[in-house]
Design a protein around this ligand. Structure first.
Ligand SMILES: C[S@@+](CC[C@H](N)C(=O)[O-])C[C@H]1O[C@@H](n2cnc3c(N)ncnc32)[C@H](O)[C@@H]1O
Length: 370
């Protein structure tokens, strides 16, 4: 990415391949619609993306053990669990207690064949997937699914403050036990650090101007509401630049704060680094990302595992939604699915070398397994 006058010097890596995502495309489907609601949320408040492709690449089998790192509204879970009968196990993790309650109920009411599958619903960050499986006495899994980010019901809940389209507190935590909210970050971080967060996680070219506006405004009173932040970002943009964009100028700043508050990239790096210790022989990992920062991490981790002969990449290019799904479920427009299959003996040999597939260490591992 070329340096622009408003950018902090420590800009993120430039997109490095033809399949790198256009940040505007990433964001277009994450931004709320005109009324602040995604146009299709379905009866569960969320429509599972790439359902056929998830089944194809995960290839669940009777008796298999699947780890769903992001259980959400159990959309994928309801599709996958019948394929595990009889005798299979399905472990669903999530950090959001409300979604866990919803999923638990949804799975309890699932078709009869699910009765032949043991389902465990666990409150845990997927960064701590190993501990969650240990607590259930599970060694390696046959399939792992991570459908990253937030569910539509979380985005549309004003109380979470994830969307600038509805008035709400600047909270943004998917896990209510996390220490700091978006308001905490906005009102505490020094101007330069705030600009870096907005630039790095939102790839926002106006990050410095936005940070300056925020710091000026918070001298008078703390910024606590979604509308206040959205208004400050729009002011930083000014009428001309905002009018040129096809999305609200606040979109990138909100995304950046959400990623920072939930430590989304750190958790993903941790999960990727743990994969060799989680996957069994012939097991498949399927990861769906929604913006280029996530997708880049997955792509590089899978490429490393493939290069080292630990696993075989099933998707040299990311799999994306077809026209029908893109029309019916706007959220699917930025979804990118990548899948990888573990080789036999390599899975065991590499278990102790998992750290080499992660960019960083996850120093603040949280395990909130219940
Ligand atoms: C896109 S939704 C998953 C939707 C689900 N696949 C379905 O079909 O209903 C992502 C879910 O992952 C959860 N989540 C996000 N980050 C997480 C993390 N690091 N660990 C565990 N769960 C996480 C969110 O709370 C949300 O419920």
């Amino acid at each position: 990415m070329a340096s622009k006058p408003d950018e902090p010097t420590d800009s993120p890596d430039s997109p490095d391949s033809p399949d790198s995502t256009d940040p505007d495309d990433d964001l277009a489907s994450q931004a709320p619609g005109p009324l602040g609601l995604p146009s299709s949320t379905g009866p569960t408040g969320h429509v599972a993306v790439l359902p056929a492709e998830v089944l194809e690449y995960l290839a669940p089998k009777p008796g298999g053990v699947i780890l769903d790192c992001t259980l959400g509204r159990a959309g994928h879970a309801k599709l996958i669990t019948p394929h595990l009968a009889p005798g299979g196990r399905y472990v669903g993790l999530d950090v959001d207690p409300l979604n866990l309650d919803f999923a638990r109920e949804a799975l309890a009411g699932a078709p009869a064949r699910v009765d032949a599958v043991q389902v465990d619903v666990v409150r845990s960050n997927f960064a701590a997937a190993r501990s969650a499986l240990d607590a259930l006495g599970i060694g390696r899994v046959d399939g792992l699914l991570a459908d990253l980010g937030f569910a539509s019901n979380q985005m549309t809940d004003p109380a979470r403050g994830l969307s600038f389209a509805a008035e709400g507190p600047l909270d943004m935590r998917l896990d209510p036990d996390l220490g700091q909210t978006a308001a905490d970050l906005l009102n505490r971080l020094p101007e330069r650090e705030l600009a870096d967060v907005i630039y790095r996680y939102g790839e926002e070219p106006m990050s410095r101007k936005i940070a300056r506006k925020v710091v000026e405004a918070r001298r008078t009173s703390p910024i606590l509401k979604t509308s206040e932040l959205a208004q400050l970002v729009r002011e930083a943009y000014g009428g001309g630049r905002a009018a040129q964009s096809r999305m609200d100028p606040a979109t990138r700043t909100f995304m950046a704060l959400r990623i920072a508050v939930n430590e989304e990239l750190g958790a993903l790096e941790r999960l990727l680094s743990e994969l060799p210790g989680l996957m069994g022989e012939g097991g498949r990992a399927v990861i769906i990302s929604f913006h280029s920062l996530e997708d880049r991490l997955v792509k590089h981790a899978f490429a490393g595992l493939h290069r080292d002969g630990v696993a075989r990449r099933l998707t040299p290019k990311p799999v994306v939604a077809g026209d029908d799904e893109r029309r019916d479920n706007p959220r699917s427009r930025s979804a990118k699915l990548r899948a990888i299959e573990w080789n036999g003996s390599a899975a065991r040999d590499s278990a102790t070398d998992s750290a080499s597939y992660a960019g960083k260490n996850w120093t603040r591992q949280r395990d909130s397994t219940t």
